[in-house]
Design a protein around this ligand. Structure first.
Ligand code: 5AD
Ligand code: SF4
Length: 445
């Protein structure tokens, strides 16, 4: 299509994990710097980005049908439709051939080239494909300037890619090799976010606890450096690999006052034979030991997890092992999924032999237990005082405020005065309603 005019408004639709959410933020900043502005809800945008996830089959379908919604705007108004992220990386050229309403297919590492891509599309070039991934020798982290005014919470990339090759997981194929961002750049970004008003950062990576930059800074050291820098009040990180949880990491969470008491540790399965076939690098009892050790050293810690049911060859007694570990760890929150074979992965070559109705049944049993644990962990907080970072007004009750505890639980609470997002207050937890804590702010908060 030639003679296209430059887009002046944009919309980004994001699927998948926090990594994708953060990639969308980076794209948004780059587009703002180019002079584009976000389209209002009612007005169709000139440029639409669908940032996709391919970790399971469902999000992939959702993303493609989302792109389809813009077909007519593209035809009638010349809206540019860009598919980015993990599905784009995975399908690349095939997508451009198969789907005729896309102007560009861009992998996660094309983000830094977005300004050039948009200006080429405005000049009538396209459809464009850019699925070039970073390499170890050229890690290409994007240092985008933080906004002048940041919100209370921000995501900060500390590493990208993954070298674990869990046999079910597509991430190493779509996000490339594991590379760590230089600690100096991370510290600088956190400093400028803090100057812009941010109070809490979440350090992001597929496997944050194997972080090590070219100068030899490890994850525990990075956390200590950020704690000492004292720019933000709260430091979080996600995700951690159970295999890489060690005493150093546990000590940092226990000792560094700004490092929040929360770890997300994917269990995936409790069965040793399933874990072996998943290539996870630990046994069920090792996971359990580490989780219990974390709870022993950091009693207030919240442990959250991801679990897959119906992995190839998983039988009832394997599944019972998963239930047994959940029963013992009593996760604060757990996301559970039915196994879905992903292209390129090792497990995709094995028969997906757990029948759909058994996957459904196991998922239901697991979710029942998880829900019981979540409820129990929330109830333990009733009567306690929690430090809460105010995020805004409550979604359920506009008279109440909403924020998160250090262990990342949402709290709705009453207060006598007006509050501003970004304030840190003390809240007494009064009750659990549904899956949410309710409390009241203490005067000296
Ligand atoms: N099938 C089902 N769940 C998966 N996950 C990753 N790959 C698959 C797959 N092929 C889950 C894992 C991971 C989370 C992000 O998604 O539990 O931790
Ligand atoms: Fe989805 Fe994984 Fe890509 Fe995140 S990294 S968007 S979870 S496939």
């Amino acid at each position: 299509m030639s003679g296209r005019r430059s887009p002046s408004t944009f919309t980004i639709r994001t699927f998948g994990c926090q990594m994708n959410e953060h990639d969308s933020e980076k794209m948004s900043r780059l587009l703002l710097d180019m002079g584009l502005r976000p389209a209002g809800d009612s007005i169709p945008a000139d440029l639409v980005i669908i940032n996709t996830c391919s970790v399971r089959a469902k999000p992939e379908h959702k993303a493609l049908s989302e792109a389809g919604r813009y077909q007519s705007a593209r035809r009638h108004r010349g809206t540019l439709v860009l598919l980015t992220g993990c599905v784009a990386q995975q399908e690349g050229q095939k997508l451009l051939k198969k789907v005729d309403y896309l102007d560009a297919v861009l992998g996660p590492d094309a983000i830094g080239r977005l300004p050039d891509i948009v200006s080429r599309l405005s000049r009538g070039q396209g459809p464009l494909l850019d699925v070039q991934l970073h390499t170890r020798s050229e890690p290409r982290f994007i240092n985008v300037d933080p906004p002048l005014r940041a919100g209370p919470k921000a995501l900060v990339t500390i590493m990208k890619g993954c070298d674990n090759f869990c046999s079910y997981c597509i991430v190493p194929y779509v996000r490339g090799r594991e590379v760590s961002r230089p600690a100096g750049d991370i510290l600088r970004e956190v400093e400028s976010l803090a100057r812009a008003g941010c109070r809490e950062v979440t350090l992001l990576g597929q496997n944050v606890n194997s972080y090590h930059d070219a100068r030899g800074t490890g994850f525990a050291q990075l956390l200590r450096a950020l704690n000492e820098q004292a720019a933000v009040e709260r430091i979080r990180f996600t995700s951690s690999h159970p295999r890489d949880v060690d005493e150093q990491m546990i000590a940092v969470v226990a000792e560094c006052q700004r490092v929040c008491e929360h770890v997300h540790l994917g269990l995936q399965s409790g069965s040793d034979s399933v874990l072996r076939r998943m290539n996870r690098g630990y046994r069920g009892d090792e996971f359990l030991d580490k989780a219990l050790r974390l709870r022993q050293v950091v009693p207030q810690i919240a442990i959250t997890t991801d679990i897959i049911v119906g992995f190839p060859g998983e039988n009832e007694s394997d599944f019972q092992r998963t239930l047994a570990i959940v029963e013992q760890v009593r996760f604060d929150q757990a996301y559970s999924f039915k196994y879905s074979p992903r292209p390129l992965t090792a497990a995709a070559r094995w028969p997906d032999d757990v029948p759909a109705e058994i996957k459904t049944e196991r998922l239901e049993r697991l979710q029942l237990l998880i829900s019981e644990c979540e409820q129990e962990r929330l109830s333990l907080q009733v009567g306690s005082r929690q430090q809460v970072l105010v995020e805004g007004t409550s979604i359920r009750d506009s008279q109440a405020w909403r924020g998160r505890t250090r262990s990342n639980q949402v709290v709705n609470f009453s207060s006598n005065g007006r509050l501003l997002p970004g304030q840190l207050v003390e809240v007494e937890i009064v009750e659990v309603r549904g899956h949410t804590l309710w409390g009241r702010m203490l005067d000296n908060g």
